[in-house]
Design a protein. Structure first.
Length: 95
C-alpha cells in the first residue's frame, strides 16, 4: 500500500509527510527534475534508486539526485519520512 501522505507548503518549502502504517508499504517509483532530500524521522526504510536498494535507520537525511528513479519502502511499521524541496523545484514524474 501507499503511505498516508500530507503535503505542506510553508516558508518557500514543499514538504510531503509519508506515514507508512505497515512494513512493506511502498511509495511508488518516480523521479524529480531536481536533487532533493528525504528526512527519515522514524523507523527503517529501503530506498531503491535506479534499481539498487539501500536500507536506512532513523534518524537519517537521504539525498536523492536529480532525474534518478526512486521508490521508498517501509522496513518497519510506523515508519515516517518527509520529502523536502524548495517550492520552485517541485516537479514529479511517475516511472
Amino acid at each position: 500500500m501507499e503511505p498516508v501522505m500530507k503535503i505542506s507548503t510553508e516558508g518557500g518549502m514543499w514538504v510531503r509527510q509519508l506515514h507508512f502504517a505497515s512494513s512493506g508499504d511502498v511509495h511508488v517509483g518516480h523521479l524529480h527534475s531536481h536533487e532533493h532530500v528525504t528526512l527519515l524521522a522514524h523507523g527503517k526504510m529501503g530506498v531503491r534508486v535506479d534499481g539498487a536498494q539501500t536500507i536506512f535507520d532513523a534518524p537519517h537525511i537521504i539525498t536523492i539526485a536529480a532525474m534518478k528513479a526512486h521508490d521508498l519502502e517501509a522496513m518497519e511499521s510506523g515508519t515516517v519520512a518527509y520529502c523536502v524541496s524548495p517550492i520552485a523545484d517541485v516537479t514529479t514524474t511517475p516511472v
